[in-house]
Structure formats: structure tokens, C-alpha cells
Design a protein around this ligand. Structure first.
Ligand SMILES: Nc1ncnc2c1ncn2[C@@H]1O[C@H](COP(=O)(O)OP(=O)(O)O)[C@@H](O)[C@H]1O
Ligand SMILES: [Mg+2]
Length: 257
């Protein structure tokens, strides 16, 4: 049985200040409860603390105030079951597609036979099985990001954090990868948190959409979006209405002194 328990993420009055000569308050009083297998999009202006929030949930940094709980327990260090995908792919340039994909499995001392069994179907699913011997500099941006996603999926994460993963891609590649990310979420029901600048992307992928104020980031609004993932949603009136609503909320937030 490969069943694993789904986590629940809870943020309780979380505040984050980066200490230094001039301290920066990145997040203020964030409270949020995320159910296992849900997908959330986070959207807000640059510098409002979106990346910081993902780093807090991944356990890479600790909150200054409040608590970050995973499955009810305060997070003390990065969890192995939490995948974090960044915009710059994070691939090792001297390793090919296959080697990059199995990197995490190697670190976990998974046998080469088991590596093949786990990684190959994922590479097939992501349309990378014909590129196993290519190096990152021989791949397009979209292919690179798919390798990064394959590497993360090989470790069977229960939480998938994506920080503007598609920002560097052209519009069509971007939509293509949005579809792929949606498929991954629908099939695996991993808890998904996506940070994006792009309103349509947030609406396409998030069952709930969290809108942030300009920094220090506070939650301005949490919008339900239960239709996310339904076929044809991108072309529906509901989709466009919600996108416009978010656009208005974001525009108004800039006007607040
Ligand atoms: N390591 C750091 N040290 C000091 N300030 C930081 C650090 N990382 C981010 N910040 C600041 O915290 C705020 C939030 O940053 P970030 O989480 O990257 O926002 P976003 O991802 O929404 O653009 C910004 O003002 C940023 O300059
Ligand atoms: Mg960021």
C-alpha cells in the first residue's frame, strides 16, 4: 500500500520580520487553515511576502510571531515530504534529465532499480522520456521546469509548494504547464500551494484564492473557487468574473494609504 496520510497546514497569527540593520516586516498576522488535498493560489503585489510564506510552510525559515503547524505539529525543520518548486528550476547543469530527476532518490539511497521504477513513469507522464540524456542547457524553459517537477514528484511529496513556477515562460508554454500542474493535482490530490502574479493562473489552479495586501503582507481576501479543475473552466463566464473581481480587489488595495 502506498497510501500516505494527507497533511493539514495551519497558520496561526503568523508574523515575520527579517532582522537586520533595517528590519523588514514581511508578513503580519496571517491565519489560514488548509485542508489535506486542497489547492490554494496566493496572489499579491511583489514584495508582499508570498515567497516568505512558502518558505515558512516548508520549514526553511521560522516565524517571528505565531505558529506554523503541519498536521497539528509546529514545524521545526524542513520536512522531506514537502516539495518546493522555484521559478529558476534549480537543476544541476552538469547532470542530464535522468540524473536530475533521480537526484532526490539517490540522496535517499533508493536502489537504481527502484529509481527506474519510480522515475520513468513520471518522466513519461511529463513528456520527458525522449530527453533523458539531454542537459539543462539543451532544454527549453518549459522542459526544464517539467524536470524540476518530475524530480519533486519522484519523492512522493504530500505538500507541493510552487513559487511563481511559470513566470519565465511564454504564454502558450505557460498554459500548457498549467494544464499539466492541474492534472498532477487532480490525479494525486497532493496539497497544492501556488504563488503567482498571474490572475488567470491563480483562478485556473486554486480552489481557494488568497489575495494579499502590499507588504507587510496581510490577507485581504480568501475567495472560494470550487470550479477550479473542471473541464473548460478557463473559457467560462464564472472564470472571467472571478478574474475581474480579483483584479478589482488588487487595484483597490493599491489605493489604500
Ligand atoms: N532574506 C531576507 N532578508 C531581508 N529581507 C527580505 C529577505 N527576503 C525577503 N525580504 C523582504 O521581505 C519582503 C517580502 O519578500 P518576499 O517574500 O520575497 O515577497 P514576494 O515573494 O511577495 O515578492 C520584501 O520586502 C523583501 O525585500
Ligand atoms: Mg516571491
Amino acid at each position: 500500500m502506498t497510501e500516505f496520510k494527507m497533511p493539514e497546514i495551519e497558520l496561526k497569527n503568523v508574523g515575520l520580520v527579517y532582522e537586520g540593520k533595517e528590519p523588514v516586516e514581511a508578513l503580519r498576522d496571517i491565519s489560514l487553515k488548509i485542508g489535506a488535498g486542497e489547492s490554494y493560489s496566493f496572489i499579491g503585489p511583489s514584495g508582499c511576502g508570498k515567497s516568505s510564506l512558502l518558505f515558512l510552510i516548508s520549514g526553511l525559515i521560522r516565524p517571528t510571531r505565531g505558529k506554523v503547524l503541519i498536521k497539528g505539529k509546529p514545524i521545526k525543520k524542513p520536512r522531506e515530504d514537502c516539495a518546493l518548486i522555484l521559478q529558476d528550476y534549480g537543476l544541476l547543469p552538469w547532470k542530464n534529465v535522468w540524473q536530475n530527476t533521480v537526484l532526490g532518490l539517490q540522496i535517499r539511497k533508493v536502489s537504481p532499480a527502484a529509481q527506474k521504477k519510480i522515475a520513468f513513469p513520471i518522466l513519461e507522464e511529463l513528456g520527458l522520456d525522449n530527453f533523458l540524456n539531454l542537459y539543462p542547457n539543451q532544454l527549453s524553459g518549459g522542459q526544464r521546469q517539467r524536470v524540476a517537477i518530475a524530480r519533486a514528484l519522484a519523492l512522493k511529496p504530500d505538500i507541493f509548494l510552487l513559487d511563481e513556477p511559470l513566470s519565465a515562460l511564454d504564454a502558450l508554454t505557460r498554459e500548457n504547464l498549467q494544464e499539466l500542474i492541474l492534472k498532477i493535482w487532480l490525479e494525486r490530490k497532493i496539497t497544492f500551494l501556488l504563488v503567482t502574479h498571474n490572475i488567470e493562473e491563480a483562478v485556473f489552479l486554486g480552489q481557494k484564492i488568497v489575495v494579499f495586501t502590499p507588504g507587510p503582507g496581510r490577507i485581504l481576501s480568501v475567495l472560494p473557487n470550487p470550479e477550479a479543475g473542471e473541464p473548460g473552466y478557463r473559457y467560462s463566464t464564472k472564470f472571467h468574473r472571478l478574474s475581474n473581481k480579483i483584479r478589482n480587489i488588487l487595484e483597490d488595495s493599491y489605493l489604500v494609504p
